[in-house]
Design a protein around this ligand. Sequence first.
Ligand code: COA
Length: 365
Amino acid sequence: MLDQVLEEWEELNADFKQLEIDNKTYLQQLNELTSIQKKCVNHISHQRYRIGVLSKSLRELKKQGDDPKIADMKSNILTRKAQLFDIEQTLPKQNGIYLKIILGNVNVSILDRDEKFRYKDEYEKFKLILSIIGIVMAALNFLIRFRPLELSYIFLLVWYYCTLTIRESILKVNGSRIKGWWRLHHFLSTVAAGILLIWPDNETWSLFRNQFMAFNIYISLVQYLQFRYQRGVLYRLKALGERHNMDITIEGFHSWMWRGLSFLLPFLFIGYIFQLYNAYALYVLSYTMSTTWHVPVLSGMFLVLFIGNTLTTISVIPSKFHEKVKLKYRVMSQRFSSQLLNREVRIILLLIFCLKNIFMFPSNQ
Ligand code: COA
């Protein structure tokens, strides 16, 4: 029995030695990987610096006269910028201050394109599930007046918006083009929900609560429409980036996007008017006898949200006209990098095939 145990222990020792060798190789490769990553980051900054200098020279040259070569060069620079952005997405990035405070200096970079897609998709699903729960809870609160239910709903809102700010910061690190206002909007919403949570259960709250619940039911419904639009954009963009996918073109994507936007925008603007109405109702309530500091502060916050949302959404419309060019380069560069990858994979496969043939040949004879 003891002999068998000793024998197994020896066997395990041999295994462990192999593990040590493999771990050493792994650490070596990890070191190499880190140094190559640093090299790429340096190359990118160098490219960006020189592109900046070249663009400046092109602007000077353009003042002296138009030349078709200048237009060519400009278009090449745009393509290069898109390619650099794409390469950057395959390298780890530093967290912003907010993530550093919340998570510490942990690496949240997602380097694989499919993983990135999955993370964004999951973020959209998270918003959808929470907005469904939100509708149910807001409707229950509208029908029944029960303080613990009210507080649990408002606490859910604090947690939801706070979680959104973290997820959006992670998306930003991973190359999302989300506008600063939407992130700020969710920070402000967290603060507003926090103030609602500590608003005492007094007469002003009783006067405002049903309007607030109705507003939330409406916003949750709009969030469902937003989810459908954003998911459509996400999946269509993914399909556009795939080289062999012929089902969707940039033109097709744009006409779908405009249809989606023109359906969504009226609902969004009604929501913003509702926000303005909330600001006004709270402003009026701030002059009543039982008012507390929460009322004017929330009135100001609803007004800020109304102005920020309206201006940002209006600014999205003209930017979508210019987006066509940017999108073209983004898709081109995406296809270019997958082409490159395919070429590399093909070369590696060819090498493996050749090596296999060389080494297999004598044993086959
Ligand atoms: N929240 C989170 N992310 C958003 C966002 C929002 N409100 N609006 C846009 N984004 C993201 C997009 O998903 C995209 O991400 P990606 O780079 O990871 O692919 C990026 O920001 C760029 O989006 P953009 O091209 O500017 O806009 P869009 O076509 O995706 O969406 C709107 C345009 C107007 C439909 C969208 O901004 C929107 O729904 N805004 C309304 C939000 C709102 O008002 N909420 C409160 C309701 S009262």
